[in-house]
Design a protein around this ligand. Structure first.
Ligand SMILES: NC(=O)c1ccc[n+]([C@@H]2O[C@H](COP(=O)([O-])OP(=O)(O)OC[C@H]3O[C@@H](n4cnc5c(N)ncnc54)[C@H](OP(=O)(O)O)[C@@H]3O)[C@@H](O)[C@H]2O)c1
Length: 322
């Protein structure tokens, strides 16, 4: 079958290790099923994998891709939960299983015509969502859902600052947060992206590092180094940073003095549970909101999508169709 694999690790030139081509059919262990992929979404995770972050060279070659929507062996339309883990080993939450992985870390991922996954990882796809829309949910939208509704600790009406408005997680935060009644402020590197964020529902959009009209209740961080100091400075006393990523690198300095003096919390967040993925799908069905898709490409043109992500030349999700 046709698939897009990580064949080599290159920290500086991630596209160098990207290999589209023929791959053996997936093996399907007991308790797993084969899903025919109709759409698969690109995440920054796939770029990190090619750079060797979270993917050691001894696991190569491996099919990339965490997210998919497709058809199960019984003909049902499904969304594939990307977290391969045992909820019992994580106190009821598979993301806390010490041995958990994401699709494409230990097991072949979704950038293929077919993918094998544990049966428990299938969530029904609402008919109202297209396959491309549904494919955006398992990583970026699920992560945003948990950051907003489980980790933020604030109720609708609170002011939430989203750093870096154009990415997959960031646009998900704007869409879900706005639909739930939060006041969403964003930052972005370009005016064109700030304008699109306003169109998507952001209440106000600022340049990176710009002073805000007032301090916010919560900051949603995915950027890291480039925005960290601004995140710490932008919070009201007792406020909270929820962080799920550090695209521009680790934060230095950590601004420890301000963290303790204004009694801030820093809360890490990663993915979400299978049950949260089901509720997320229903949330979109009920609110009528849909994932923001930058472009849909044939899987054979995956390299163009990866290049756009490496350059930061995107707004929302890039989706591949096998
Ligand atoms: N922990 C988890 O479960 C989890 C889940 C999903 C994602 N993540 C992580 O979260 C991060 C975002 O993922 P994604 O898939 O949304 O990536 P993406 O679509 O490539 O988005 C990248 C984002 O980073 C911002 N950015 C990048 N470099 C920047 C810089 N130098 N200065 C300011 N902003 C910069 C961009 O903002 P502008 O261009 O608008 O300024 C954009 O919002 C990644 O590091 C990813 O690994 C973690």
């Amino acid at each position: 079958m046709f698939a897009v694999t990580a064949a080599r690790i290159d920290a500086d030139d991630p596209l160098a290790g990207l290999e589209p081509g023929d791959r053996p059919e997936p093996k399907v262990p007991d308790g797993w099923v084969l899903v025919t992929v109709k759409a698969a979404a690109l995440n920054h995770h796939d770029v990190w994998s090619l750079r060797g972050v979270g993917l050691p060279a001894d696991r190569l070659p491996i099919v990339l891709g965490c997210d998919a929507a497709g058809i199960d062996p019984d003909g049902n339309e499904v969304i594939v939960h990307a977290v391969i883990g045992d909820p019992d080993a994580g106190g009821g939450d598979e993301t806390l299983d010490p041995r958990r992985s994401l699709l494409s870390e230990r097991f072949d991922g979704t950038f293929a015509e077919r993918v094998a996954v544990p049966r428990r990882n299938l969530v029904p796809k609402p008919a109202a969502l297209s396959f491309a829309e549904a494919a955006c949910l398992p990583t970026a939208y699920l992560t945003a859902y948990r950051m907003l509704f489980e980790k933020s600790g604030v109720q609708p009406g609170a002011t939430v600052l989203v750093q870096g408005a154009s990415g997959g997680v960031a646009t998900a935060l704007i869409i879900l947060g706005r639909a739930a009644g939060y006041r969403i402020w964003v930052t972005s590197r370009t005016e064109a992206k700030r304008e699109r964020a306003r169109e998507l529902g952001a209440d106000q959009a600022f340049g990176n590092g710009e002073r805000l009209p007032e301090r916010v209740d919560v900051v949603m961080e995915t950027v890291g180094q480039a925005t960290w100091a601004h995140s710490v400075r932008s919070l009201r006393p007792g406020g909270r940073i929820v962080i799920c990523g550090a695209t521009s690198g680790d934060a230095s300095p950590a601004e420890l003095t301000r963290v303790f003096f204004t009694q801030l919390s820093v809360v890490g967040s990663t993915m979400g549970t299978r049950d949260q993925l089901g509720r997320l799908a229903r949330f979109l069905e009920q609110t009528g909101r849909r994932p923001e898709i930058d472009r849909v490409l044939p899987l054979s043109a995956a390299r163009d999508g990866f290049a756009a992500m490496v350059e930061g030349d995107l707004y929302g999700k890039i989706v591949f169709t096998p």
